[in-house]
Structures are given as structure tokens and as C-alpha cells.
Design a protein around this ligand. Structure first.
Ligand SMILES: Nc1ncnc2c1ncn2[C@@H]1O[C@H](COP(=O)(O)O)[C@@H](OP(=O)(O)O)[C@H]1O
Ligand SMILES: [Mg+2]
Length: 292
């Protein structure tokens, strides 16, 4: 489904507004609780969850929503969904708590298991609030709102974004991005056999956004994530001409395929070429010719 311009603008404004609520909590301080799986939870996760649910209820009351904070929906129910919203109200909660600004609000639309639309909003970037968004087949964009409290009417600028061609590693190292704290060992093992490269460790969906805007080339994630962590950014990367591939099958990663909402290991990338294929096969220790 292609979203019309008015709906799109209301969604972008609604996510930015939820981002402002998150920032108010970020600045005034908050308590940290722990969920059953020991992952942290703050007032900001819940504030953004409620704000985004209210937004989606206003915009599309008949479309189901799966949010990290209300994810207990059995697969038998989800299986019947042709289209649904997939929300991570606060991706990078640990970075939010650490106070380093590397967190995002993620909103995706998934159709038949494919993330087709996504908004990734980072309210605490050094340059102000930044939104990356894209619709597969329609392009991807980066929108900057100067200053955290700026309204959509003031100081907002937007430009189309696109993944870059892989640089020749003999001239310019590949830029590889990874998590700050999850799966560092697997990340480093993967990187070891790559051609000349530089690495950057950064929290949340920002890693995908760097690929989407042509500032990074690869994001290998061989440690667990949930579907809500990745769907919005996968849509942005795909809309920008890149891919997010299941590390086993090397097919695009899909959502809502089983009871579990955990992703397989994956590789997000910009433009692929023969060097990429060889490097990836080596990094994943697979013979490139054995792949279909
Ligand atoms: N053991 C685990 N199982 C599943 N997901 C995990 C995990 N450890 C971390 N994650 C996911 O990784 C995300 C953080 O990614 P990164 O390290 O790249 O910033 C977390 O997002 P949340 O902050 O939304 O919970 C969390 O969902
Ligand atoms: Mg997350």
C-alpha cells in the first residue's frame, strides 16, 4: 500500500512529537526497570509506545499494531495479518540510559512479511532531531529538524538519500558499522577477513541509516535482535537501494514468519558487487559458488 502524502506527513509529525516526549524525559531524568528478559525499560519507552499507538489508532484504526511493549500476540492471530504496523517505541534503550543520544523511535509497515515503509526518528542527534524514512519503490529521505523543540513549520529540511557504491578498498576503506554492546565478538570475527575497512560502533537503528544515506557499507549483525528493532530501518535501507539479508539464506530478511519474533543473523548492505560477494562469503565462511 502506498501511503498518501497527507498521511505520510501526519505520521512523520506524530513520530517527531513522540520524540519530543522522549526528549523531555531524557533531560529531566528517569527510573530504570527491568523486563522479564532483563532488558531495561524506562518511562520514555512507555511514553513513546502510548504516543505511537494513539497516532496509529487515529491514522489507521483497522490496521493491527505490534509494538515491543505490547508484543504478546500469538502467531495464529498474526498469521492472518496481511498488513500491520511494527513499532519499536525506543530502540537503543541502553544508549538512552547511557545518555549518548544513540537511540531511535521506529515505525514500520509490514506487508506479507516484507517491511515496505519505515520511519526511523533520532531525536537527540548532534545536529538536532533527524528522521530517515522510506517507502520501498518510492525512495528514501533524510529530514532534519533544527533544534529539538523546533516544530515542523520551523527549520525543517529534507533530501533524498541513496546507498553508495562500495569503494575500492585499496583507495578508501569500507565502512562497517556494528552495535556498541551486543555481539562484539561475532562482529570482530566477521570483520577480520574483510578487505581494508574502518569500523564504527553505534547504538540502535542508526547503523542502518548510515548505510541508507551512503555513509557506511556494511552492518553485520550476528547477535540476536527482534523484528521491531529492524523492520523500519530495513524499509529505509531497501527504499534507498540497499538490502538487509538473512545471513544464512542471503535472501531479504522477513517478518512474522513464526511464533518467535527474533531475527536471524543478518547483513545490511548498500550496493553489492563481485568484491562484496567474495568478501561476504569469506566472512561467513561459505563457498560463493555453492549459493543458488
Ligand atoms: N539477547 C537479545 N535478544 C534479542 N534482542 C536483543 C538481545 N540483546 C539485544 N537485543 C536487541 O538489540 C537492540 C539494541 O541493538 P544495538 O545494540 O544495536 O543498539 C535492543 O533494542 P531495544 O533497545 O529496543 O530493546 C534489543 O531489542
Ligand atoms: Mg529495539
Amino acid at each position: 500500500m502506498r501511503l498518501d502524502q497527507e498521511t505520510l506527513e501526519r505520521l512523520l509529525a506524530g513520530v517527531a512529537e513522540a520524540g519530543r516526549e522522549v526528549m523531555a524525559i531524557y533531560h529531566r531524568g528517569f527510573a530504570v526497570e527491568h523486563k522479564a528478559d532483563d532488558s531495561p525499560l524506562t518511562e520514555a519507552d512507555m511514553a513513546a509506545h502510548h504516543a505511537l499507538l494513539a497516532l496509529l489508532q487515529r491514522e489507521a484504526p483497522d490496521t493491527p499494531v505490534l509494538s515491543e511493549e505490547s508484543a504478546e500476540i500469538p502467531f495464529v492471530t498474526r498469521q492472518s495479518w496481511v498488513r500491520y504496523w511494527l513499532v519499536d517505541p525506543l530502540d537503543g534503550t541502553r544508549e538512552f540510559i547511557a545518555g549518548n543520544g544513540e537511540f531511535t523511535l521506529n515505525l514500520a509497515m509490514v506487508e506479507e512479511g516484507v517491511p515496505v515503509f519505515g520511519i526511523v526518528h533520532a531525536p537527540a542527534m548532534p545536529e538536532g532531531a533527524v528522521t530517515w524514512w522510506g517507502q520501498v519503490g518510492q525512495g528514501a529521505f533524510r529530514r532534519e529538524i533544527a533544534g529539538e523543540v523546533a516544530s515542523a513549520q520551523r527549520g525543517s529540511s529534507e533530501r533524498p538519500i541513496r546507498v553508495r557504491a562500495l569503494p575500492d578498498p585499496d583507495r578508501e576503506p569500507w565502512q562497517v558499522v556494528g552495535s556498541r554492546r551486543n555481539g562484539r565478538e561475532a562482529f570482530e570475527a566477521f570483520c577480520q577477513v574483510l578487505p581494508a575497512h574502518a569500523t564504527l560502533n553505534i547504538g540502535s537503528s542508526l547503523k542502518f541509516c548510515l548505510i541508507a544515506e551512503g555513509k557506511a557499507d556494511l552492518y553485520p549483525r550476528l547477535a540476536p535482535t527482534h523484528e521491531w528493532d529492524t523492520a523500519a530501518a530495513q524499509a529505509v535501507v531497501t527504499a534507498a537501494g540497499g538490502q538487509v539479508l538473512d545471513a544464512e539464506s542471503l535472501e531479504p530478511m522477513r517478518c512474522n514468519q513464526s511464533e518467535s519474533l527474533l531475527n536471524p543473523g543478518f547483513i545490511a548492505c548498500g550496493q553489492r558487487d563481485a568484491r562484496w560477494e567474495t568478501a561476504l562469503a569469506k566472512a561467513l565462511q561459505v563457498d560463493p559458488d555453492s549459493r543458488g
